[in-house]
Design a protein around this ligand. Structure first.
Ligand code: PNW
Length: 461
């Protein structure tokens, strides 16, 4: 008997869910939540130094205390469980483990992540660890100029090998580096993020190269030292071309654009070569590299993670290079961050490009979410209908991808809770859980209920 189209049953049964076994998680990063910036033997990071420099962060905010997760991790794990997350992507602070960047490890640093991982597992939450989410030991910035030096890439691999040897009995998924594009371009090009450099093109290209080289060296070190079967990937904010009109010619243009615009990052890591156009446009400023570097950089991965927030609308052109990126119109809807143009289709096209361009077989959405105003009502609740609107529309596009066979295995919402949003300080809130920064009280927002239902029913609700 046909279902009555006016019934709730019809609304609920018409659309398919996500694939069976799909992983629903939330994400954070060490500097944004931990605090305890100089406790238990931790060394200074470039983010400590940057945030302590007057004028760098909105309102002079710092991550010194952040949301005090270092001391409140048990409560936070309990909240994760309460909102139905089955996986947690967090990052490890390199200067907690190696206060000097290299040399002697700090056992108290490792002990914190041991406690966290055990707590997660005891609560049925799978840990997914990121090894670098931008908090380079300041000692390496001082000693070698940080990512300007190849030695930093080698030190990263040593740290990665050490850490995964210690944790891989319980942590089965590791991401080497989070958002190559953001920390390189904004940390070393525009100067908006730590270490706040504005390097000329040749030196900036060398930083780009050292970042992808560090990734490749780390993959090899992890394979040597971690427990057998440990899964390794990366988490990059792919610049995703979205065909402004979905016809074959514009789709092809968006694919060409995506491969070129990511040339210094995903493309070289997945293909093992810099594209001709990339090298040509860099000219004399091109990075210095060897063939062996490229072999290392393209070390095989178990999965690719992508952080997806914004679209780049692309259309085909008659003239070279065959594509054109459209400017956003002034009225294009955006979320609270100045850069956050809304484009749910990005969550369809970004994984689609990974599958089509590079034949990636296992994809994770390692971040997606938005900043919103989130003003608590008199009773303390936060009814963030705009975040729910954002999630529903992006997830609908993700489901479109999985139902067509794009191999996305999981989704991590950014973020579990409000936190230190880099140079925007505490002003921009990304959490499913509200944090009162005066009292550090945590309160799940309405979007946390939305997330819990999505995760429990494994479909977009
Ligand atoms: C990511 N953009 O940064 C980071 O991985 C997180 O640490 C951060 O808190 C989160 O997204 C929200 O900003 C981004 O310009 C920075 O498109 C910039 C962009 C995207 C992500």
């Amino acid at each position: 008997m046909p279902i009555d189209p006016t019934s709730a049953e019809a609304c609920l049964s018409a659309t398919p869910g996500l694939p069976q076994g799909f992983v629903w998680g939330t994400a954070t990063a060490a500097y944004q939540i931990e605090g305890a910036w100089n406790e238990a033997g931790k060394g200074e990071s470039i983010w400590d130094r940057f945030a302590h420099t007057p004028g760098k962060i909105k309102n002079g905010d710092t991550g010194d205390v952040a949301v005090d997760h270092y001391h409140r991790y048990k409560e936070d794990v309990r909240l994760m469980k309460e909102i139905g997350a089955k996986a947690y992507r967090f990052s490890i602070s390199w200067p907690r483990i190696f206060p000097d960047g290299t040399g002697a490890a700090n056992p108290q640093g490792l002990a914190f992540y041991d406690r966290l991982v055990d707590e997660l597992i005891a609560n049925g939450i799978a840990p997914y660890a990121t090894l670098y989410h931008w908090d380079l030991p300041q000692a390496l910035q001082d000693r070698w100029g940080g990512w300007e030096s190849r030695d930093t890439a080698k030190a990263f691999a040593d740290y990665a090998g050490y850490l995964t040897e210690k944790l891989s009995d319980r942590v089965r998924h590791f991401f080497t580096i989070n958002e190559f594009t953001t920390f390189v371009e904004w940390g070393h090009g525009t100067g908006l993020l730590a270490p706040g450099l504005k390097l000329p093109p040749a030196r900036l290209n060398q930083v780009r190269h050292h970042a992808v080289l560090a990734h490749g060296l780390a993959v090899r070190a992890i394979r040597e030292r971690a427990a057998p079967g440990t899964k390794i990937g990366l988490a990059e904010n792919i610049v995703a071309g979205v065909p402004v009109i979905e016809t074959a010619e514009h789709i092809a243009a968006a694919e060409r654009y995506t491969r070129e615009i990511n040339a210094g990052y995903l493309t070289v890591m997945l293909e093992g070569r810099y594209t001709d156009a990339f090298l040509k446009s860099a000219g004399a400023d091109a990075p210095k590299f060897t063939g062996e570097d490229l072999e290392i950089i393209k070390s095989p991965l178990d999965f690719v993670g992508i952080n997806v927030y914004v679209p780049k609308y692309v259309r085909a052109t008659q003239s070279a290079p065959g594509y054109e990126v459209l400017e956003f119109s002034k009225s294009h809807p955006r979320m609270a961050s100045f850069w956050h143009m809304i484009g749910p289709e990005a969550l369809y096209w970004a994984p689609h490009h990974l599958m089509k361009l590079w034949n990636v077989k296992d994809i994770y959405i390692t971040e997606n979410g938005c900043g919103a105003a989130d003003e608590p009502a008199a009773d303390g609740t936060v009814t963030d209908s705009d975040r729910i609107m954002f999630q529903r529309n992006y997830l609908t596009q993700l489901r479109r991808a999985t139902s067509e066979g794009v191999p996305v295995r999981g989704y991590f919402h950014w973020s579990l809770m409000d936190n230190f949003e880099w140079s925007a300080g505490f002003g921009t809130r990304f959490g499913l859980i509200h944090v009162d920064y005066a009292t550090l009280k945590r309160t799940p927002k309405l979007s946390a209920s939305f997330f819990r239902t999505v995760a429990a029913e494994n479909r977009v609700v």
